[in-house]
Ligand binder design. Sequence first.
Ligand code: S3P
Length: 165
Amino acid sequence: IYGKKRGDNIVLIGYMGAGKTTVGKALAKKLGYEFIDTDLYIEAQEGMTIPDIFEKKGEAYFRALETDVIRKLREKTHCVIATGGGLPLRKENSDLLKEVGTVYYLMADADTTYARVKHCTNRPLLQCDDPYAKIQAMMKERGPVYARACHIRVRTDHGTLEEVM
Ligand code: S3P
């Protein structure tokens, strides 16, 4: 990012089911870095699960918490940070992420994503009648946002975990 110092963390962004948590944990282990998941961070801080936060406080409240977390993470070094899929949607957040570290956009096609998330019940945005159609629509809308928010793009629907890392 222009003129601003970039932290030496690794930041993973991308749609739900792109592999941010799986790749992030494995990468942190391999590098001897601390692993931070912004969703878990928020759940611990609020003492509530993500579905409960969405239901009881609303999505806008959750998005504001995401901004707070990213601000705090600017102080970190040697971390792998897996972000919630919607975190880079706020321009403010994606600018902050580029200060936190090198931002990798993990990408997978809609079929792979659907196969990975279809049995999950902890993602409120996919609790709908037609999650596959929702995934396709959200990916189309968010793709350009993720592309602008990242430094590097990586596919996770081909190759092994080792290769992705
Ligand atoms: C969201 C993604 C989720 C979680 C919340 C909203 C999104 O994180 O933050 O359910 O808007 O894409 P994961 O990408 O880790 O599933």
